[in-house]
Each structure stands twice: as structure tokens, then as C-alpha cells.
Design a protein around this ligand. Structure first.
Ligand code: ATP
Length: 255
């Protein structure tokens, strides 16, 4: 996915300026930045939820920004920060909705197999007949991710996919995204707040600040204590240990 010179404003409030970003197939890219820095806005533009006339987003020869919604849905899956799914659906039915862009009137055998595989991958087999209204917030979040995988996209956009998940499922979900990206050649972009999870699970990290991309690369290179401190307004140190990069706030004595 090749993003060039994307700009966006809500009315007169300019939120994104001159965004250039490449995410290669097989790569998981973390989209980082403080609250209000434009992460959700960028993912919504890529998902076709928001429209901009400024810039291009190419996938091979096609411009995602100018694709028809049904065609885009065959190649781009998007899990928003919060989503309204019909609550009377069961887990399996909700995941099956992800197949809609590929399906005829009824699911074919392959559609059913893809759905079962996505349900199993997200650890939802036992819950498959439960109604969404009966799930916890984290279980519902996993259903939305399973629905996105059932779409078999080439681009996977996840807006804070781990925010409602406990530690085990945070780790498992990010591992699944890595595996899907690698095995199926998907370009994945994840808006995420946890800098350490991003460093651990994402081969590429990009940092938004004031509507611009101010860092882009592997965390080992892109994490700079001075830059992160300035962007987040908090002194941090960046630690490199046994191939792992971690960020820690520098705190004075606690009250
Ligand atoms: N529908 C809207 N109308 C007007 N302004 C908006 C709208 N949605 C977002 N904004 C503004 O655009 C800016 C970027 O918001 P966005 O939600 O993209 O940030 P974010 O980086 O995803 O934030 P967070 O980490 O809090 O989710 C913020 O200043 C926000 O107030």
C-alpha cells in the first residue's frame, strides 16, 4: 500500500498534512501518536469511511480512494475503534458478514470454511452460537477481528484492536495479525497506543504528530527518546535489550 500526500480537514480543522507512507505486503505497521493526532482519521480515509480529494492510496495500480465501496470491501478490511454490530446476531453470523463482498446469495462451502477458520483463530469456537449481546467487550472485539479476517483482505486496518482485551488476548491478537500478514501477504496497519507492544509485534512503526508523520521505520531505529518525549510531552527513555526495544517513562519520585 502506497500512501502519497494525503491531507484531511474536518471543516477548517486541518488534521492530516502531506502523509506519505508505504506498507509492504506481509508487514504489520503500528500507527502511533498521542490522542487526537489523527490515527483514526487516517484509518477511516484508507477504509473509505472518510473521503479526501487530496492525495492517493495505491494498491498495485488501483487507487483505493477512488474505488467503489463493494470493490474496496474485497481488498480492505477495517475494524473501527467502536462498532455497532446487530446485537441479535450470533458470533458465527457476525463473522459470516465479513464474507459478504465475496459471496453470492448464500455462503458457498469455501465461505463457510473461511468463517470457521476465522472463528477458531480468534478462540471463538465455543462462543460461536452465542448472541453478540451476551458477550463481554473483549469477546466482542475478537468477533470484529474475526469478521475482518473472514473478508480475506489484502489490507487490514485495525483501530486500537487490543484496547478492550486482557493481556493474553492482546498478545494473541497481535500475533495472529502478524501471522496473517506473513502467511497471506497482507499489509496491516494498526492504530495502537502501547509503544512496547508496537515495538514487539510490528516490523514498522510510524508516529503521527500535529498531522504529520514524524518517524517511520523499525522501532529499533524510529524510537528516539528526545522525539518521543517531545511528541507525547513526557520524558521517556528508550531501552534496547537482547533485540527488544522498549520505552519507559522517566518519572520523578511518586507522590
Ligand atoms: N467528526 C469529527 N469532526 C470534527 N473533528 C473531529 C472529528 N473526528 C475527529 N476530529 C478531530 O480530529 C483530530 C484527530 O482525531 P482522531 O480521532 O483521528 O485522533 P486519534 O489519533 O485517533 O485519537 P485517539 O488516540 O484519541 O483515538 C482531533 O483533534 C479530533 O478532535
Amino acid at each position: 500500500m502506497r500512501i502519497r500526500d494525503v491531507e484531511f480537514a474536518y471543516g477548517r480543522h486541518q488534521v492530516l498534512r502531506g502523509i506519505d507512507l508505504d506498507v509492504a505486503p506481509g508487514t504489520v505497521c503500528a500507527l502511533l501518536g498521542p490522542n487526537g493526532s489523527g490515527k483514526s482519521t487516517l484509518t477511516k480515509i484508507l477504509a473509505g469511511v472518510l473521503r479526501t480529494r487530496h492525495g492517493s492510496v495505491r494498491l498495485g495500480h488501483t487507487d483505493l480512494l477512488r474505488m467503489r465501496p463493494r470493490e474496496r470491501a474485497k481488498v480492505v478490511a477495517y475494524v473501527p475503534q467502536s462498532s455497532e454490530v446487530p446485537f441479535e446476531l450470533t458470533v458465527r453470523e457476525a463473522v459470516t458478514l465479513g464474507r459478504t463482498p465475496h459471496m453470492g446469495m448464500r455462503p458457498a462451502a469455501r465461505d463457510l470454511a473461511v468463517v470457521e477458520s476465522a472463528v477458531a483463530r480468534l478462540g471463538l469456537t465455543e462462543l460461536a452460537e452465542r448472541r453478540l449481546s451476551d458477550l463481554s467487550g473483549g469477546q466482542a472485539q475478537r468477533v470484529l477481528i474475526a469478521r475482518a479476517l473472514a473478508q480475506e483482505p489484502r489490507v487490514l486496518l485495525l483501530d486500537e484492536p487490543t484496547s478492550a482485551l486482557d493481556l493474553r488476548y492482546q498478545v494473541e491478537t497481535l500475533q495472529i495479525v502478524r501471522q496473517v500478514a506473513r502467511e497471506e501477504g497482507v499489509a496491516a496497519l494498526i492504530a495502537i497506543h502501547d509503544l512496547n507492544h508496537a515495538a514487539t509485534f510490528c516490523q514498522q512503526v510510524v508516529l503521527l504528530s500535529g498531522g504529520r508523520l514524524v518517524a517511520d521505520g523499525p522501532a529499533t531505529e524510529a524510537y528516539d527518546a528526545e522525539l518521543l518525549g517531545r511528541v507525547y510531552g513526557l520524558p521517556v527513555e528508550v531501552l534496547h535489550d537482547a533485540g527488544q526495544t522498549q520505552v519507559r517513562p522517566v518519572l520523578g519520585p511518586l507522590a
